[in-house]
Ligand binder design. Structure first.
Ligand SMILES: Nc1ncnc2c1ncn2[C@@H]1O[C@H](COP(=O)(O)OP(=O)(O)OP(=O)(O)O)[C@@H](O)[C@H]1O
Ligand SMILES: [Mg+2]
Length: 475
């Protein structure tokens, strides 16, 4: 540690009253000596660690379990670009990596760097920090990567992978690949303004523009420019995303190279509301909270009865419809988006539902029936339901746990939102016992790292400053 003038003065006055002149110089040089000894000690430790890591890697290569995992990793689209990527990384300080969802950016790219450094005999010097926009992504990706490496859980002995998020951290001295939130990396700046000791910063999901994310990019750009002119500490920066405007980020970082991977898509079938109505033979009662008539009749009653989230079915209409007497129901409301000729092949019941439905209200009865239908009719696998906010999530979770199909000792109807503790968030990644269906009811937090292009309608809650309350918006 180099002492500045005020620190050396402090030493003369406080540390030793009689120390003056020559003694001060001796004291300074002994401090320098100590720091040089410490840094050479660190160097020796990192060199020894590099040798050990290389040996461990070589013996791991022969483990059947590791070989199988390597095969699966090699089948990911990003694996084809590994050599090209590592070549570009040697020549450049910044690279943009884009590739479609599931191609292996988050789990593989940081491992390419780590494995390459270990194989080159410099693994002990590796210190990769990979930022994720949300803490649940940081924790789950760290777990996944340590599994892929046949290592114990992140942050434990003999694991090179760790994570750090607000109020929770699993890392130790051995951690070489840390997944953390953007906020955590920025906090390091207060004590380490040049990211000293960090070899690579990987900014994942860079398209998710936020105040913190943009600030991090400004800091990284300035660090890269400074190091280019001074030629000292060599930090490498990687920007990754599935939907990134690669040229925008490349231009910002002085036209850095862009590498693109193909996607790996899973078959997805899309069912629209009318298809769901048909499939489960759903009946939307006229006095259901999700029907337009319910809204109209509550408007007449005034604000007291205008709650849009109501946990009851339209009892009166259910009784009437069972007598086949739909004509007695008031039918003043007609869904403005309903057009009979668009649904020629659909049943009369579906037409009635589409005419009645108020598309601005979540139909919790429909969701309950749909989840039960999938549970009864489809093979094993989890069900993921997206809802706009915590109130809606709690309501559906309550409805499902009260349902005989999911009720009882089963504890696998799981809410997922940002206010849950890390331990509760982690539960969604555990596997349920056999014959138990896991249902996750989530906000779009679950979309982090599993980018799903928005299709159809998106409803979200936002704080309205003018009204001073939460309101829902549709896009
Ligand atoms: N927790 C997990 N459990 C099982 N398989 C996983 C898990 N995480 C990732 N995978 C598998 O690894 C592959 C690569 O995932 P990865 O998250 O690296 O992709 P990505 O390119 O970052 O996708 P995205 O753009 O959605 O973030 C996925 O296609 C998936 O098959
Ligand atoms: Mg990803």
């Amino acid at each position: 540690m180099l002492l500045n003038k005020s620190e050396s003065n402090a030493h003369t006055s406080v540390g030793a009253q009689k120390v003056e002149g020559k003694d001060v110089l001796e004291s300074i040089s002994s401090e320098k000596h100590k720091s040089m000894t410490a840094s050479s000690g660190l160097l020796v430790r990192q060199q020894a660690e590099s040798v050990l890591l290389k040996k461990e890697m070589e013996s791991k290569m022969n483990l059947p379990k590791y070989m199988k995992l390597m095969e699966a990793r090699a089948a990911l689209p990003i694996a084809k670009l590994k050599d090209q990527f590592l070549g570009l990384l040697r020549e450049n300080d910044v690279i943009v990596v884009c590739g479609e969802t599931g191609c292996g950016k988050t789990t593989q790219v940081p491992q390419f760097i780590l494995d390459d450094m270990i194989e080159s005999g410099v693994g002990g010097f590796c210190n990769i920090v990979c930022t994720q926009p949300r803490r649940i992504a940081a924790m789950s990706v760290a777990e996944r990567v340590s599994d892929e490496r046949c290592e114990p859980s992140p942050g434990s002995d003999n694991s090179l992978v760790g994570y750090q998020v607000r109020l929770d951290s699993a890392r130790n001295e051995q951690t070489k690949l840390l997944f953390c939130t953007t906020g955590i990396l920025l906090r390091k700046l207060s004590t380490n303004k040049h990211f000293e000791g960090i070899t690579h910063v990987v900014v994942d999901e860079v398209h998710e523009r936020s105040l913190l994310g943009d600030f991090l990019l400004i800091v990284l750009k300035s660090l890269i420019e400074k190091q280019a002119s001074s030629g000292c500490h060599k930090l490498k920066v990687l920007l990754m995303s599935a939907t990134v405007d690669a040229n925008l980020f490349s231009r910002y970082f002085g036209y850095c190279p862009v590498i693109s991977a193909e996607g790996r898509t899973h078959p997805v079938s899309t069912l629209f509301l009318e298809d769901v109505y048909e499939k489960i033979n759903y009946y939307l009662p006229s006095d259901s909270p999700a029907s337009g008539n319910f809204m109209l009749s509550n408007k007449e009653k005034g604000p007291k009865g205008s709650s849009s989230v109501n946990n009851r079915r339209g009892k009166k209409s259910l009784v009437l419809s069972s007598w086949g007497d739909d004509s007695t129901l008031s039918e003043e409301y007609i869904n403005p988006n309903y057009s009979a000729c668009s649904y020629n092949t659909y049943s009369e019941r579906t037409h009635q539902n589409l005419k009645r439905v108020n598309e601005d209200v979540v139909d919790f009865d429909l969701l309950e029936d749909l989840v039960c239908y999938i549970d009864k009719n489809y093979p094993a696998g989890a069900i993921l339901v997206f809802l706009p906010g915590i109130t809606e999530i709690d309501l559906l979770v309550d409805k499902l746990t009260a349902n005989y199909q999911f009720g009882g000792p089963s504890d696998w109807v799981l809410p997922l939102h940002s206010l849950l503790s890390s331990a509760d968030q982690r539960k969604v990644f555990q596997s349920p016992p056999e014959n138990i269906r896991k249902v996750i009811v989530a906000t779009d937090i679950a979309e982090t790292s599993i980018t799903i292009d928005e299709t159809g309608r998106h409803k979200e809650n936002r704080y309205n400053l003018q009204l001073m309350k939460l309101s829902s918006s549709h896009t």
